[in-house]
Write a protein that binds this ligand. Structure first.
Ligand SMILES: [Fe+2]
Length: 466
C-alpha cells in the first residue's frame, strides 16, 4: 500500500449556512439547548452521563435544524410528491424522523407526554412491526394531509417536548436513553440523505428539469489517472470495535483473511462508463446477471439513471438542473447490476466489503459530504496526495461485491429497534464510503450501507478491484 494516513475522525462540522428563506420551517433550537446543557458539557466535575446527554442534546438541536435547512430551497408542492415506490415525500421524511423520537424516546420515557395526534403513529411508522400498524409505503404520496405547515408544527411540538425531557432529571434515570437518542440522531441523518436523493428523483421526472436550488453550482472534477494500489495478502480486522457510535450491523468485529489484491485509486468516470454504453453493453445479455438483464429489459435501461442524450451531446440531471456531462466526474446513480456488468466488461471486479474496509481503516474521513452543500459527486485530489486513494469517503457510495449479511456472532437487539438493520439482511448488497448527501459526521470506515441490486437513485458509483 503506498500511503497510510493517521486516523482522525472528524467530529466538528460546519453548520448549515443556507439562508433560512422560510424561517418558520427552520426551528432554531440553539438558544434553548445552549443554556445549562452547554455549561454542563464544559464543567469538568460533571458526571460522564450528564456530559454525554448534554452533547447529544446539542447534536439534537443541530441535526434537527439541518434537516429543516435542507428543505429551504423547496416549493410547497415539492414536499408531497412520491415519484416512485422507493421514494418518500419530503413531508413524510420530516414527520417520520419526528415520530421516531416521539415513539422511542418521549412515549417510552416521559410519562407526561401526550402525542400531538395519535393517528400519526399509523401514518409515519415506516417498517417497525413491533411499533404497530403502518400506512402503505407505496401510497405515501397520496397523503395530502397533514399539510406541510402541520408537519412542521408537529416537528416543533416534539422538539419542545424533547427539550423539556432532556433538561429533566428523568432523562438520566434510564441508562438506555442515551443510546436510543444517538440512534434517533443517526436515523435522522440517514433520512437527510434520503431526503436529498428523493428530492433529486422527484425533480428529475419533471420535463422542466427544475434545479433544487437555482444557486447550486455543480463542481468540476479533476482529470486524474486511474492507478492501482497493491495490497498484500493477510488477515484484516473487520467491523466496529471500541468507542464511538456504530450501528449493530457493523459488529461484532472479527478477522477475515484476504488474498492479495489491487484497488483502483479513484472511481470509474463518466467517460469510462460511456465507453461501456457505446459498446452496446445495454444490449448484450452476456455481460449481465440474470436478474440484472431482466431489469434492463423490463425497465428499458439504456444508460445511467440521470443521463440524457440531447442535441447538445450527453447531459446529466443534477441538483443544479440539467447540465452538460462532466466526463471526468464519477459515473453515479448506478445500480449494483450496472456496476457488476461494467467491471465484467472491463475485465475487473468489485471489491469485497472487507477489501474496501481494509484499505480505508486508517485513513482520514475527509471527503465531499453534504456539509459542502454541493450535492454533486466529483473526483478531486483535495484530500489525498497523488498515487493514493481519491474519494474513498464522500462524493459517491461505492458498490461492493458483498451481499449484506450478518457478521459472525451478530444478534439483533430485542424490541422494535432491533428491526432497524437485521431484518434486511437478504437480497441486498453493501455500499461503502458515503456521498455528497451524507453528513460528514455520519460516516466511518466500518459503515455498511445496503440496497437491492436494482436500486440506482442513490449517489452510487464503482471503484474496481482486480
Ligand atoms: Fe426511518
Amino acid at each position: 500500500m503506498t500511503v497510510k494516513t493517521t486516523l482522525a475522525i472528524r467530529t466538528a462540522r460546519a453548520d448549515a449556512d443556507i439562508v433560512p428563506t422560510q424561517s418558520h420551517r427552520i426551528r432554531m433550537l440553539d438558544g434553548k439547548f445552549n443554556g445549562k446543557l452547554q455549561k454542563l458539557m464544559k464543567a469538568e466535575t460533571t458526571p460522564a452521563p450528564q456530559k454525554t446527554l448534554a452533547a447529544l442534546a446539542d447534536k439534537y438541536s443541530r441535526v434537527r435544524r439541518q434537516t429543516g435547512a435542507l428543505c429551504a430551497p423547496l416549493k410547497t408542492e415539492d414536499y408531497v410528491i412520491q415519484s416512485m415506490e422507493d421514494v418518500s415525500p419530503t413531508k413524510w421524511h420530516l414527520a417520520h424522523t419526528t415520530w421516531f423520537f416521539e415513539t422511542f424516546v418521549l412515549a417510552k420515557y416521559d410519562i407526561s407526554y401526550e402525542p400531538r395526534n395519535p393517528d400519526y403513529a399509523y401514518l409515519f411508522n415506516s417498517y417497525y412491526v413491533q411499533a404497530g400498524e403502518r400506512f402503505s409505503r407505496p401510497h405515501r404520496g397520496l397523503l395530502s394531509r397533514p399539510g406541510v405547515e402541520e408537519v412542521f408544527a408537529y416537528r416543533e411540538y416534539v422538539d419542545e417536548h424533547m427539550f423539556r425531557f432532556l433538561n429533566s432529571p428523568v432523562a438520566l434515570e434510564h441508562p438506555d436513553v442515551l443510546h436510543v437518542l444517538e440512534i434517533g440522531l443517526n436515523h435522522e441523518q440517514q433520512h437527510q440523505e434520503l431526503l436529498i436523493t428523493d428530492v433529486k428523483h422527484v425533480l428529475s421526472v419533471n420535463p422542466l428539469h427544475p434545479a433544487y436550488c437555482a444557486g447550486t453550482s455543480v463542481p468540476v472534477s479533476e482529470p486524474l489517472d486511474m492507478d492501482w494500489v497493491a495490497v498484500p495478502e493477510g488477515i484484516a480486522r473487520i467491523g466496529h470495535d471500541g468507542p464511538g457510535f456504530s450501528y449493530d450491523n457493523e459488529g461484532p468485529a472479527h478477522r477475515v483473511f484476504l488474498e492479495g489484491y489491487e484497488m483502483a485509486t479513484r472511481p470509474v468516470t463518466n467517460a469510462e462508463y460511456l465507453a461501456f454504453v457505446d459498446d452496446e453493453a445495454y444490449h448484450n445479455p452476456v455481460l449481465w446477471l440474470s436478474e440484472g438483464w431482466a431489469t434492463v429489459e423490463r425497465e428499458g435501461w439504456m444508460h445511467p439513471l440521470y443521463w440524457k442524450r440531447t442535441d447538445h451531446g450527453w447531459q446529466e440531471f443534477t441538483m443544479g438542473g440539467l447540465k452538460n456531462m462532466d466526463m471526468h466526474a464519477p459515473a453515479t446513480h448506478l445500480s449494483y447490476f450496472e456496476a457488476d456488468a461494467f467491471v465484467r466488461w472491463a475485465g475487473w471486479r468489485l471489491p469485497t466489503e472487507f477489501e474496501w474496509e481494509h484499505v480505508s481503516e486508517d485513513r482520514t474521513l475527509n471527503g465531499h459530504f453534504s456539509d459542502e452543500r454541493l450535492f454533486h459527486p466529483q473526483i478531486s485530489s483535495k484530500y489525498a496526495p497523488a498515487g493514493s486513494f481519491h474519494n474513498l469517503f464522500g462524493s459517491a457510495w461505492e458498490w461492493t461485491g458483498s451481499h449484506y449479511s450478518p457478521y459472525p456472532g451478530y444478534r439483533a437487539a430485542p424490541g422494535a429497534l432491533g428491526e432497524y438493520n437485521g431484518k434486511f439482511m437478504y437480497n441486498q448488497f453493501v455500499l461503502r464510503g458515503g456521498s455528497v448527501a451524507t453528513p460528514s459526521d455520519h460516516i466511518r470506515a466500518t459503515y455498511r450501507n445496503f440496497f437491492p441490486g436494482y436500486a440506482r437513485w442513490q449517489f452510487s458509483a464503482i471503484r474496481p478491484a482486480r
